[in-house]
Design a protein around this ligand. Structure first.
Ligand SMILES: Nc1nc2c(c(=O)[nH]1)N[C@H]1C(S)=C(S)[C@@H](COP(=O)(O)O)O[C@H]1N2
Ligand SMILES: [Mo]
Length: 380
């Protein structure tokens, strides 16, 4: 039986389970996981590092949006790990097919597969290690993970285009002849696919609990258990790491810069109308946890400083250094009534690790931008 492909696989490729049908069956699911991972990753990137023209258009609703998309990003990436390994195992005889070079299109196809495999392994391993906040490499994670994602998706599109005849046959089962297998491989193949599905299900169920509260008890491998943390919420960057201490926050005043700048003590802030919202911290690293926050509306503070209904804001933390010391609240975030300068968490005064004396909490916003230890707000 011959595959309708430009290069006919050698005999070894027809060995058990190293067949096109198994490769396509796994490839479909892997392709889906990668597409979801890519789309949600792009969203995450734009929410975190919006290009100038986009900053004021980023939506602050639905309030749970980023929790869902980033949960999906990490879950689809995690599920892709066993899928990619299974796929590589299924097709590896082809990677050693001889002759290495047959024609120009064949050479290009092999190069694209090499890029696909390398970029896939790179993205999944760096992404997975990032969920553990472990960076054993000399480059900056975010820009490199982002750039290689484009490489990966480009190679994937090319790969799907080249393999389209086999994929189409698999979907439509139009010409069962091209993909039919020797009878003996039937049960093997089912067991193999069952095993792969079980592996995917197991990693999904044992890690999804980090963002899906109901699955929390099954969260065996998610690096951070949302259930364990000060005041019912995990801490990503501690006050100690940010070099913020009780002493350095003594005599704290909030500065609000704008056409009519002013400062407020903590007591003065507490005397303003307090709002209570329920919003999640949705960390880019994959854990999410909802909490009750109490504080002052950011838009009220901006208005008092002379900002209008179209103002956005810049937030400056007391933290001396750090990639997230200064953040921007685009217009829709700044004006959203749910966006607070929070003073309290789950009914208690903020702990130092959660951003005492005051922090930002806004809907549909990546955790990294929920700035803690706020010292200054600027109308922009
Ligand atoms: N100033 C400042 N705020 C920060 C950070 C930071 O590094 N510096 N880390 C952020 C990250 S990555 C997350 S996920 C949330 C976590 O908030 P929590 O520690 O209160 O759960 O805070 C954010 N606020
Ligand atoms: Mo985070």
């Amino acid at each position: 039986m011959r595959l309708p492909l430009p290069h006919v696989p050698p005999v070894t490729f027809r060995a058990r389970l190293h067949d096109a049908r198994t490769a396509t069956a796994i490839g479909r699911v892997l392709g889906l996981a990668m597409a979801v991972c890519f789309a949600t990753g792009l969203l995450s990137h734009w929410l975190q590092h919006p290009p100038g023209w986009l900053a004021d258009r980023l939506p602050s609703r639905p309030y749970w949006g980023y929790r869902v998309t980033q949960g999906l990003h990490v879950a689809s990436g995690t599920a892709a790990v066993p899928l990619l390994l299974a796929k590589l195992w299924t097709v590896y005889p082809r990677l050693f097919a001889r002759p290495v070079l047959r024609s120009v299109p064949h050479a290009l196809e092999r190069i694209s597969v090499a890029v696909l495999v390398a970029a896939g392994l790179f993205e999944l391993s760096t992404g997975l290690l990032n969920t553990f906040q472990w960076y054993p490499w000399p480059f900056a994670f975010v820009p490199v993970h982002y750039a290689v994602a484009w490489l990966l998706i480009g190679a994937l599109v090319l790969h799907v285009a080249v393999q389209w005849p086999a994929i189409r046959d698999h979907f439509t089962l139009r010409s069962p002849g091209t993909l039919a297998l020797p009878e003996a491989d039937g049960p093997d193949r089912r067991q193999f696919l069952l095993g792969v599905s079980a592996a995917v299900g197991a990693v999904a169920v044992t890690t999804a609990g980090q963002s899906v509260t109901a699955l929390g008890p099954l969260d065996l491998f998610g690096p951070r258990s949302p259930a364990h943390g000060l005041q019912g919420l995990p801490v990503n960057r501690t006050a100690a790491a940010a070099r913020v201490t009780r002493a350095s926050t003594a005599g704290w005043r909030l500065t609000v810069d704008g056409p009519r700048p002013f400062t407020l003590t903590l007591d003065e802030l507490r005397a303003m109308p307090q709002r209570r919202v329920t919003l999640p911290i949705a960390c880019v690293e994959g854990w999410s946890m909802s909490a009750h926050w109490t504080g002052v509306r950011v838009r009220d503070l901006l208005e008092r400083a002379g900002g209008g209904p179209r103002s956005r804001a810049r937030v400056v933390s007391l933290e001396a250094a750090g990639a997230y010391r200064v953040t921007e609240l685009g217009r829709r975030y700044a004006q959203d009534p749910l966006t607070l300068l929070a003073l309290r968490l789950n009914g208690e005064e903020l702990s130092l690790d959660h951003g005492y004396p005051a922090r930002i909490i806004a809907p549909n916003r990546p955790g990294v931008l929920q700035t803690k230890w706020v010292g200054r707000l600027e109308v922009a």
